[in-house]
Design a protein around this ligand. Structure first.
Ligand SMILES: NC(=O)c1ccc[n+]([C@@H]2O[C@H](COP(=O)([O-])OP(=O)(O)OC[C@H]3O[C@@H](n4cnc5c(N)ncnc54)[C@H](O)[C@@H]3O)[C@@H](O)[C@H]2O)c1
Ligand SMILES: [Zn+2]
Ligand SMILES: [Zn+2]
Length: 372
């Protein structure tokens, strides 16, 4: 079928997204065609444009945070049927590889290939100007239709609003899980979240779910600090220096139990200030993406070892999407998880470059593209 999508022809050059005609193949075995209701605008797509995540191939159809309705299924598909409402997980999980079987589906072998530029079978589903197009996360939600591998298609109840559900494809579980699972927060902890955008705001919510006593939101953007309080932050700070003072006061100089780093671009110089804010035996969680080629991190290794701190990487918040996506939808429907408040502005696909500008200007917790 013919539709339109937002492409980068020269990733890494800050050229912005080109919205143009694309051709979508029908779903093959183990795939479904999804008609999207909405796509979140996550910072990870921007890394493709800036080159922080360099791609050795092009063009790329962006977008990896979507939800919609199954329109058509591939041959032999029984797991979903047309009309089913689904969230697309930005990391697929096959359910059969070693890490999937061990309950660590965010470490699925399939997930390791989401930036390979081809579908799991090595071919393209999307074509433009006569060329094969690679899709972000095997998806490409910057188009109203997506041919998705079933391993990324997760059914949700029909009464779950799809524009909110889209955010459960990436930002919500990534942030929430970084607090709830990766940080292993204990009741009464003091938790710092560094960078409260679309991901970090959900780490704030997650920290409150786990019973953190103090949640300190650190963000240079005043709007984000204001919103963080709405999401459960007990304190806010504009930078590490201010946060350090707040934490010192809250913990009698001991330091924060958990520090979760969800800044838009994680540079090496953020790591030691984060460590300095972490108490002896405390945990730092790194969720935000650093430029892929970055290697230099000034870090006080002596103190790190001798004070028994832990640095935990977090992909998809260490969530298990098959169970956590429906759980998060359910928490929303019970009024225990805020999703409406995450959506600051909505856009048409044609306004996608404006959505990224607004993200950079600190205007959105999440910008969301709405399809008809
Ligand atoms: N690990 C994963 O699985 C995963 C998944 C999704 C996104 N990400 C990454 O998480 C990061 C956040 O994504 P997002 O969509 O929330 O981005 P965003 O742009 O919505 O939010 C980033 C926030 O960080 C703030 N910030 C920037 N520099 C800061 C600093 N030095 N100190 C404190 N705050 C700072 C910004 O003001 C902004 O509010 C990105 O790097 C993204 O690629 C990782
Ligand atoms: Zn994302
Ligand atoms: Zn797997």
């Amino acid at each position: 079928m013919k539709t339109r999508g937002a492409l980068l022809w020269e990733p890494g050059t800050r050229s912005g997204w080109s919205v143009e005609e694309i051709e979508l193949d029908p779903p093959k075995e183990h795939e479904a065609l999804i008609k999207l209701a909405a796509s979140g605008v996550c910072h990870s797509d921007d890394h493709l444009d800036t080159g922080d995540i360099p791609l050795p191939w092009a063009p790329v159809l962006g977008g990896h945070e979507g939800a919609g309705v199954v329109e058509e299924i591939g041959p032999g598909v029984t797991a979903v049927k047309p009309g089913d409402h689904v969230v697309l997980s930005f990391l697929p999980s096959c359910g059969r590889c070693r890490m999937c079987v061990k309950g660590r589906s965010n470490m699925c072998e399939l997930g390791a290939g989401v930036l390979a530029g081809v579908a799991p079978d090595g071919t393209h589903r999307v074509h433009a100007q006569g060329r094969g197009v690679g899709c972000m996360s095997y998806l490409g939600t910057f188009a109203p239709y997506v041919v998705a591998p079933l391993d990324a298609v997760i059914p949700i109840p029909e009464d779950m609003p799809l524009d909110k559900a889209a955010l459960i494809g990436c930002g919500v579980p990534t942030g929430w899980g970084s607090a709830v699972y990766a940080a292993e927060i204990d009741l009464g902890d003091t938790v710092v979240v560094v960078g409260t955008g679309g991901v970090g705001m959900n780490a704030v919510q997650g920290a409150r779910h786990k019973g953190a006593r103090n949640v300190v939101a650190v963000d240079p953007a005043p709007f984000k600090r204001e919103k963080a309080v709405e999401f459960g932050a007990t304190h806010v700070a504009k930078d590490f220096e201010e946060a350090g003072q707040v934490v010192e006061g809250l913990t009698n100089g001991q330091g924060a139990d958990r520090v979760i780093i969800t800044a838009g671009v994680v540079t090496g110089d953020l790591m030691n200030p984060a460590q300095e804010m972490t108490r002896r035996g405390g945990t730092m969680v790194l969720t935000g993406a650093a430029p892929v080629l970055q290697r230099d991190v000034p870090f006080d290794l002596f103190t790190f070892a001798m004070s028994g701190k832990r640095l935990q990487g977090s992909l998809y918040g260490t969530t298990t999407s098959r169970t956590d996506v429906p759980l998060l939808a359910d928490l929303y429907q019970r009024g225990e998880l805020k999703l409406d408040e995450l959506i600051t502005r909505t856009y048409s696909l044609d306004d996608i470059n404006q959505a990224f500008r607004d993200m950079h200007d600190g205007k959105n917790v999440r910008g969301v593209i709405i399809y008809d």
